[in-house]
Design a binder for this molecule. Sequence first.
Ligand code: HEM
Length: 472
Amino acid sequence: MYWESIMQLPLGPQTPAFVQLTRWIFSPMSFMDECVRRFGDMYTVNLGKNNPNLVFVSNPQALQQMLTQDTRADFHAPGDRNGLLKTLLGDNSVICLSGSQHQRQRQLMMPPFHSDRMRTYSQVINQVTTETLARVQIGQTFDVRKTTQAITLRVIMQAVFGLNRGERAERLAHLLSQLLDRSGSPLSVSMLYFPILQQEWGGISPWAIQMRVQRAVDALIYAEIAERRTHPDSSRTDILSLLMAAQDEAGESMTDVELRDELMTLLVAGHETTATALAWALYWLHKLPAVRDKLVAELDGLGAEPDVNAIIKAPYLEAVCNETLRIYPVGMLTLPRVSLKSVTLAGREIPPETTILGSIYSTHQRADLYPQPQEFRPERFLERKFSTFEFLPFGSGARRCIGSAFAMMELKLALAKILSRWELELVDKRDIHPKRRGLVTAPERPIQLLVKSQRSASDLHPAQAIDRGAFA
Ligand code: HEM
């Protein structure tokens, strides 16, 4: 019976699981490119005992069928398949919950990300971007991803806790960066795939160090929760306050552990992803001066102090952000979906209980949708409209990213601020490709930008330039 099911699966590489897993960990994108070339837009990979038959899909019709049916009869989106994230995010993270519990938790977490409430974060995004860039003197270079990460971390901390300064915020920012830097290495990814490597060995192993940092982060989050419980303030609008006030149908509020897991989820999911996208956008804009000039002209046309709405609606800026998320999507795959019964997907029979992952990366590389897919060309988003299953940097369906509008707003406002304030230049003009960083992707080597001059300084209060902030 087992073999019968396996036989039905789409073809895929036949190399030993260990070889496939090694390629998946160390060079996921070239692994997927090769699989698509050999087996087409639906194939099966074997990543070992815990993940023996994973079907990767980059066929838009199949993606549509799977992602519109993922809470219905054919598929589901079980949280227990996201076990790799459990260690960091916890059992109660929305990403690790399933079924009605998952839907309830999503509903609880969505309101802070609705567009009207999000506008309140626009000021923070502008201020933090200005302050962070103002630390770099004219003539100096800076590491783009580190800088964009400093920006997005402070922004998400403001959204989640309503604070991005002060001793606890500083310490949390420092520890979170350390935690994500550590979990980004191939060794850390290997530790997730091979539980045998998850040993503390007297506190000196890489795992032990990672766990120590994680416990320190947890202690700070719990301290913040405890303080809020002792001194409730109904006027606060940050996400922690909203989650603390929320109750389920039985009138139960979230426990401290549940709160911790959701806060950690938002802090982790909500800043590194956007930081990487922002870094790529800056890379492409300075790699391709014609694209940059066109965008600067559009932004200049909005006036000296453009309204947030005008920036968000600027068509070329939107196209640049979309093309950035298309060419090297930060999330290579959707979260897993599982077939509940035997289903026909793009003409192929998929047995019940098959784990299927939407390959966002391979879908965005389809030459039939995106001619010369390796070329960065924002105009393609002005020339035609892509469906949700042809362009899906934030996934779709039951687990569609809850921070997508937040991330797009942050990308647009930060880019508009940087381009209108500074004249920057790429130090090293050679191509930079993506590589794995933890469970997402990032540039293979640091992108360095030189600050050539300032275009305007109208919105930078002199005190802000001197106050180098808490996150130097
Ligand atoms: C450029 C930035 C981002 C990208 C590319 C991105 C991408 C993704 C993707 C691909 C998924 C899986 C979707 C699926 O399986 O269908 C996802 C899920 C998720 N994202 Fe994002 N994301 C970004 C920013 C954010 C931000 C800013 C937040 C929150 C503040 C966030 C929170 C989440 C959460 C909580 C989930 C899980 C949803 C669930 O399990 O129901 N993400 N994201």
